[in-house]
Design a protein around this ligand. Structure first.
Ligand SMILES: Nc1nc2c(ncn2[C@@H]2O[C@H](COP(=O)(O)OP(=O)(O)OP(=O)(O)O)[C@@H](O)[C@H]2O)c(=O)[nH]1
Ligand SMILES: [Mg+2]
Length: 574
C-alpha cells in the first residue's frame, strides 16, 4: 500500500466526518454523534499516527474491570513499581505509559493521544498521560496502564475506551470473579469486530479454580471470535510492595518481550490492528453518512413545512385581494358612500359631455369620502394579511411540533414561532400604505399626459386611485354579470370611471400593475416571516452534500484497502 495515499485518504475521511452536522434529535442521532466522535478520536489518536510512523514502538494497553489487578500486573511485568495499585476503587485515573528511555521521543510529543497533556510526575486527572521511562521495558514496546472500563466514573470509562482505541495490542485483564461481566465482553466484542490484536490475562485466580475458569473463559473467547487471542493465567498470589513474584507473570512478560524483539511479529500485530481499525472506520463512515442524510431529510421536511404554510398564505392573500372578498363591509360601505349606488353609473353611461359636468361637480365635494375609502381599504387589507400571517405561523409550528427534532428546534430558539412576529402588524401597515402610495403614483403617472384634461383634474388623483384599488379587489371576481352582485356593481362603477379618463386598455394595464405591486409587497412581508424558520434551519449547518462527500471519502479508503489486499492477500476480504 502506498502509505502516503492511505494517509491522505484518511485525512480526507476525517475531514468529511468532521464536516457532517448531526444537530437534530432524530432517532439515533445521539448514538451517531458518539460514534462519529469516537471515529475522529481513533483517527487522531491511533490510525493516522500509526500509519505515518509505522516503526513506532508497539503500544500494549492494559485494560479491564476495576480491581482486576491491572496496575499490579503492569508493575509485576515491568519488575518495578511504576504505577500505583490501590485498595480504593477505582485507583488508576490518569493513564500511565511505561516505555524504554530510548523510546521517549515517540511518546512525549503529541504523536498519539494528542488530547492528553504529558506529565512525568504522578497525576490524578483523566486529562493527563503520565510517562514513565524504565530500562525494564524493552525498546520497541510500551505498556499503558489504563483506568477501568466499567468505572462508576464516566470520565474513567470514556478515557479507557479512548485508550483502547489507541492500542496496537489490548492486554485485557480479567479475574475469576469478573470474567463473565457484560462490560468487558462488550469491549472484547468490539475488538473482535475490528480485528484488534488482543491477549487476555486471567488474573487473581485461585490455583484450584484455574482449570475450570480458564476452560470456560477459553470457550467464551472462541464463541466470540477471539479464538486466536493468547490467554495467560496469573494465579492469585502474594503482593509485595505492589508487585507479584516475578515467576507468576513470567509467561506474559516473556511473550511481550518476544514481541518487542521480533520485528516481524510486532509488525504483524500492528498491521492486524491497524487494518482492522481502518476497515471498521470505513464501515462506520457509511452509517454516519446515512445519519447525515437523515438530518438533511429532516431539515428539508421542516423547511417544506414553513414553505408550504407561507406559500399558501401568499396565495390566499393574493386570491382574496382580487376575488371580491375585500369588497365587503367597511370598504364597500365607504366606497358606496363615495360614489353613490346607481346614479353615477347611469351618468357615466350617458353622454360624455353631460358626465363631465355632472361628475366634476360631484367629486369636488367629496375629499373626506375619498380619504375614508382609503382608510377602509388599508384596514381591510391589513386584517387580511395579519390573519394569514397568524395562521401560517400556527401551521408551521404545528408541523414542526409533530416531530421531536422540529419541536426541540422551535423550543431552543426561544422565539414564539407559533405567532406572527412582534413587529409584523407595523410592517403590514407600512406595506399597505406603501402600496396605496404606489397606486397613487401609478395613476399620477398615467394621468401625466392627461393632466390637462378636465376629467382627470375633476376626479383627481385620489379619487381615481381608490377607484383603481376597488378594481383590483374585483380583478378575478368578474365585474359584470348578476352573480357579481352589489360588490361587482360597485367595482364596475370604479372601472367605468377609470375608463372614462384613461380608456379601457390603459385601465386593464393599470389594474394588473397595481395588483402585481400588491403581490410583491405581500410576498416580501411573508418572506420576512418565513425567514424566522429558515434561519433556524440554515443555522444548523446541515449540508445536503455531506453524506455523499463522506461516502466518497470512505470509498477511496476502501479502494486503497482492496488494492492492498489484492497485492498482498491477507485473508481479510471485507
Ligand atoms: N493477593 C493479590 N492481590 C492482588 C493481586 N492483583 C491485585 N491485587 C490487589 O488488588 C487490589 C487492586 O489491584 P490493582 O492492581 O490496583 O487493580 P487495578 O485493576 O489496577 O484497579 P483500577 O486501577 O481501579 O482499575 C490491590 O490492592 C492489589 O494489591 C493478586 O494477584 N493477588
Ligand atoms: Mg489500576
Amino acid at each position: 500500500m502506498s502509505t502516503a495515499s492511505m494517509v491522505t485518504s484518511l485525512v480526507r475521511l476525517r475531514e468529511a466526518l468532521q464536516s457532517v452536522a448531526l444537530p437534530l434529535d432524530v432517532p439515533h442521532a445521539q448514538e451517531s454523534r458518539a460514534i462519529r466522535a469516537e471515529m475522529v478520536d481513533q483517527l487522531e489518536d491511533y490510525v493516522l499516527p500509526r500509519l505515518i510512523q509505522i516503526d513506532a514502538p508497539l503500544l500494549a494497553v492494559v485494560g479491564g474491570s476495576t480491581g482486576a489487578g491491572k496496575s499490579t500486573l503492569v508493575n509485576s511485568v515491568v519488575g518495578a513499581r511504576v504505577t500505583e495499585p490501590g485498595v480504593l476503587r477505582p485507583t488508576t485515573r490518569s493513564p500511565v505509559l511505561v516505555h524504554n528511555p530510548d523510546d521517549a521521543a515517540w511518546f512525549d510529543g503529541a504523536r498519539i493521544l494528542p488530547h492528553l497533556a504529558r506529565t512525568t510526575g504522578a497525576a490524578t486527572s483523566t486529562g493527563t498521560l503520565q510517562l514513565v521511562p524504565s530500562e525494564a521495558v524493552p525498546p520497541g514496546l510500551a505498556i499503558l496502564d489504563a483506568p477501568d472500563i466499567d468505572s462508576v466514573e464516566e470520565a474513567n470509562r470514556s478515557l479507557a475506551a479512548e485508550l483502547l482505541a489507541a492500542a496496537d495490542l489490548w492486554l485485557f485483564v480479567t479475574s475469576a470473579a469478573r470474567y463473565a461481566d457484560q462490560v468487558p465482553w462488550d469491549f472484547l466484542k468490539a475488538a473482535a469486530e475490528r480485528s484488534t490484536a488482543v491477549a487476555i490475562v486471567l488474573d487473581r485466580t485461585a490455583p484450584e479454580a484455574v482449570d475450570e475458569v480458564a476452560g470456560h473463559l477459553a470457550r467464551m473467547l472462541t464463541s466470540r471470535g477471539l479464538r486466536d487471542s493468547p490467554l495467560f493465567v496469573v494465579t492469585e498470589g502474594a503482593v509485595d510492595d505492589g508487585l507479584l513474584a516475578a515467576e507468576m507473570v513470567a509467561e506474559v512478560r516473556g511473550w511481550l518481550h518476544a514481541l518487542a524483539s521480533d520485528a516481524d511479529a510486532r509488525d504483524a500485530v500492528v498491521k492486524q490492528t491497524l487494518d482492522g481499525a481502518v476497515r471498521s472506520l470505513s464501515h462506520r463512515s457509511y452509517d454516519i453518512a446515512d445519519a447525515s442524510a437523515v438530518q438533511a431529510e429532516m431539515v428539508a421536511r421542516l423547511r417544506a413545512a414553513a414553505d408550504d404554510a407561507y406559500d399558501a398564505a401568499i396565495t390566499a392573500v393574493d386570491e382574496a385581494s382580487a376575488d371580491g372578498t375585500l369588497l365587503r363591509g367597511e370598504v364597500l360601505a365607504r366606497w358606496q358612500e363615495f360614489v353613490g349606488t346607481g346614479e353615477l353609473l347611469r351618468s357615466l353611461e350617458t353622454k360624455v359631455g353631460w358626465v363631465r359636468d355632472r361628475v366634476v361637480g360631484w367629486f369636488r365635494g367629496k375629499p373626506q369620502q375619498v380619504e375614508r375609502v382609503t382608510v377602509a381599504v388599508e384596514s381591510g387589507l391589513e386584517t387580511l394579511i395579519l390573519e394569514h400571517a397568524e395562521s401560517a405561523a400556527e401551521r408551521t409550528q404545528a408541523a414542526w411540533r409533530s416531530v421531536k427534532a422540529g419541536q426541540d428546534l422551535a423550543e431552543d430558539s426561544g422565539a414564539d414561532l407559533g405567532r406572527a412576529s412582534r413587529g409584523f402588524r407595523a410592517e403590514a401597515e407600512r406595506a399597505v400604505r406603501d402600496w396605496q402610495h404606489d397606486v397613487l403614483e401609478l395613476v399620477r403617472a398615467e394621468g401625466a399626459e392627461k393632466r390637462s384634461t378636465a376629467r382627470f383634474l375633476a376626479f383627481g388623483v385620489n379619487g381615481l386611485s381608490v377607484a383603481l384599488m376597488i378594481v383590483v379587489f374585483a380583478h378575478t371576481a368578474g365585474v359584470t354579470g348578476a352573480e357579481a352582485g352589489i360588490a361587482g356593481g360597485s367595482a364596475l362603477l370604479g372601472q367605468k370611471l377609470l375608463e372614462a379618463v384613461f380608456g379601457d386598455q390603459a385601465v386593464r394595464t393599470l389594474a394588473a400593475r397595481a395588483r402585481e405591486d400588491l403581490n410583491v409587497r405581500v410576498q416580501e412581508l411573508f418572506d420576512g416571516e418565513r425567514v424566522r424558520y429558515l434561519d433556524l434551519l440554515d443555522g444548523l449547518g446541515v449540508d445536503d452534500d455531506a453524506a455523499e462527500r463522506l461516502r466518497a471519502a470512505a470509498r477511496v479508503v476502501d479502494d486503497l484497502r482492496f488494492a492492498e489486499a489484492g497485492a498482498a492477500p491477507s485473508g481479510e476480504s471485507a
